[in-house]
Write a protein that binds this ligand. Structure first.
Ligand code: HEC
Ligand code: HEC
Length: 342
C-alpha cells in the first residue's frame, strides 16, 4: 500500500515536471548552486558591473577549471600549445611577436591581443566575429594554425584525466563536454580584470601624485580635439567597442569586419582595442605592424593613409618632441601595477 502510494506520488511529480518544466529546472539549478561557491569578482572603482551571463555564473570551481584548461597544452593536437603559449600572463595575456605560431610551428595571420577586461566586450576577435567568449574558444581550438583539435577529441582526452573529471563534476555537475570546456574557459577569462594602473589611482582613486606632470599633460593631449584619440579610445576601458579604420594602409590584406558582415562600409575596419596595458602588448595593430608606441604616435600624427573606410577623426596633426613624450608617458600609465597573481 505504502509502496504504490510512493509510486503514484512519483508519477504525479513527473507529470508536474512535464507541465511545469521551468519550475523543475529551477529546482535543479538551485541544487547545482548550493554545491559551488560564487567567485568573488572585484570590480575596480570607476568600472561598471561586468556582463556575466546568467547561464554561466562565475564560481570558484568553474574559474579554477577554466584556469587549468587555459594553461594546459592538452588542448592542442600535438600537446605542445596552450592558450597561454600565445597569451602570456605577464604581457597582459598578449603575445610578444607579430604573428604567433601554433602547432607544428604554423604561423597565424593576426596579432594575438591582450585578454583583459573581456567581461566588458560586446564581441570578440579583431573583426568581432565571435559573439560570446564561450563561442570564441572554438576558434583557437580548431584552427589549423593554432591548436588544431576537434572538440570531440578534446572531450575524449579530458575524460581520461581523473582530475578534469572531478573538477568538471564539481563546477558544472555534469560530464565533460563542449559545454563545460567552453564555459569554464569563458569563466576564467571573465575574471581577468585590469583596473589598477597609475591612471586609475590618479583618476578614480584621487591619488594626485600617482601621475607625473608629463602624464597629466599627456592625458590632456589624449583628450584634446587636436589628437582626437578619445573619439575612439573612450571611457574607462579606452574603447568605444566600435569598428573603425585608422588608415594603416591604402590596400589591406586583411578585410577585417567586412569578412563578418559582407557590407562594403565595413571594409578593413577593426575593433577599436582597449589601450589598457599598452606598454606590455607590443607589437601593435591587427597585424602587429607597428613595433613601438613612438611608431603608433607618428602614425596618428601623419593622419593615416587614404583608405575609403578611414574615419574622419583620423587626420594629420603635429606634436612637439615634448608632447610626443608626454602622450607616450600617459599611455604607459595605463599599465596594471600588479600582474603577478596570474
Ligand atoms: C597560436 C596562438 C594562439 C593560441 C594557442 C590561442 N590564441 Fe587566442 N588569439 C590569438 C590570435 C592571433 C587572436 C586574434 C585573432 C583574430 O582577431 O581573429 C586571438 C584572439 C583571442 C581572443 C579575442 C580577444 C578579443 O579582444 O577579442 C580571445 C578571447 C582568445 N584569443 C582566447 C584564447 C583561448 C581561450 C585560447 C585557448 C583555448 C586561445 N586564445 C589560444 C592567438 C592564439
Ligand atoms: C577613428 C578611431 C580611432 C582614433 C581617433 C584613434 N584610434 Fe587608435 N586605434 C583605432 C583602431 C581601429 C585600432 C586598431 C587598428 C588595427 O587593429 O589595425 C587602433 C589601435 C591603436 C593602438 C594599438 C593597440 C593595440 O593593441 O594594438 C594604439 C596604441 C592606439 N590606437 C592609440 C591611439 C592614440 C594615441 C590615438 C590618438 C592620437 C588614437 N589611437 C586615435 C581607432 C582609433
Amino acid at each position: 500500500m505504502k509502496k504504490t502510494h510512493l509510486i503514484s506520488l512519483g508519477l504525479l511529480f513527473l507529470l508536474f515536471c512535464g507541465i511545469f518544466s521551468s519550475a523543475c529546472q529551477q529546482q535543479k539549478t538551485e541544487k547545482v548552486h548550493s554545491q559551488v561557491s560564487s567567485y568573488p569578482l572585484s570590480v575596480p572603482k570607476g568600472f561598471p558591473e561586468p556582463n556575466i551571463s546568467n547561464d554561466n555564473p562565475l564560481t570558484i570551481e568553474s574559474v579554477a577549471l577554466g584556469k587549468k584548461l587555459f594553461f594546459d597544452p592538452i588542448l592542442s593536437s600535438d600537446s605542445s600549445i596552450a592558450c597561454a603559449s600565445c597569451h602570456h600572463p605577464r604581457k597582459a595575456f598578449s603575445d610578444t611577436v607579430k604573428f604567433s605560431r601554433g602547432v607544428s610551428g604554423r604561423l597565424g595571420k593576426r596579432n594575438a591581443p591582450p585578454l583583459m577586461n573581456l567581461a566588458y566586450n560586446t564581441a570578440f576577435l579583431r573583426d568581432g566575429g565571435a559573439r560570446t567568449l564561450a563561442l570564441q574558444v572554438m576558434v583557437p581550438l580548431t584552427d589549423h594554425a593554432e591548436m588544431n583539435l576537434t572538440l570531440k577529441e578534446a572531450v575524449k582526452r579530458l575524460k581520461n584525466q581523473p582530475e578534469y573529471v572531478e573538477m568538471t563534476q564539481k563546477a558544472y555537475n555534469r560530464e565533460i563536454s563542449g559545454f563545460t570546456i567552453t564555459r569554464a574557459l569563458a569563466a576564467f577569462q571573465k575574471t581577468l580584470i585590469s583596473g589598477n594602473s597609475p591612471y586609475d589611482q590618479y583618476h578614480f582613486e584621487g591619488q594626485k601624485d600617482a601621475f607625473s606632470p608629463a602624464q597629466i599633460r599627456g592625458l590632456a593631449l589624449f583628450q584634446s580635439k587636436k589628437t582626437n584619440c578619445t573619439q575612439c579610445h573612450s571611457g574607462f576601458n579606452f574603447t568605444s567597442n566600435a569598428y573603425e579604420n585608422n588608415g594603416l594602409y591604402i590596400h589591406y590584406k586583411d578585410e577585417g569586419r567586412f569578412l563578418i558582415t559582407r557590407d562594403s562600409v565595413d571594409m578593413a575596419k577593426f575593433k577599436v582595442p582597449s589601450l589598457r596595458n599598452i606598454a606590455l602588448t607590443a607589437p601593435y595593430m591587427h597585424d602587429g605592424s607597428l613595433n613601438t608606441l613612438e611608431e603608433v604616435i607618428r602614425h596618428y600624427e601623419m593622419g593615416g593613409k587614404p583608405h575609403v573606410s578611414k574615419s574622419p577623426h583620423i587626420r594629420p596633426f603635429e606634436l612637439t618632441e615634448q608632447e610626443r613624450e608626454d602622450l607616450k608617458a600617459f599611455l604607459e600609465g595605463l599599465t596594471e601595477v600588479n600582474l603577478d597573481h596570474y
